[in-house]
Write a protein that binds this ligand. Structure first.
Ligand SMILES: [Zn+2]
Length: 91
């Protein structure tokens, strides 16, 4: 038998005062980025829909990269370092 949901969902979903999410390490971020993401609801009409502008630092990131998504969710983070186009690997 399932438990009844609480009457006030916001009381359950809101983190307690003073709560700070644990920062992920660079190794964890890179490991999470390697996991294959599956979009819910089918593929978007445009590749651009995979990207989001971070409200914290203003950097655009690919939401399919789970590690980057967790990183940009942390309070007070700096933009991730970017690699110059000349150093991109040819694929
Ligand atoms: Zn950010």
């Amino acid at each position: 038998m399932r438990n009844k949901p609480p009457k006030d969902f916001t009381a359950v979903r809101r983190p307690p005062a003073g709560f700070r999410a644990r920062k992920i390490t660079e190794a964890q971020r890179l490991m999470l980025n390697k996991k294959k993401a599956v979009r819910v609801g089918g593929e978007p009409a445009s590749e651009a829909e995979h990207f989001m502008k971070c409200p914290g630092c203003g950097q655009y990131f690919d939401m399919r990269n789970l590690g980057d998504a967790f990183y940009h969710d942390e309070e007070g983070h700096a933009p991730l370092p970017v690699q110059p186009v000349e150093q991109w690997e040819q694929s």
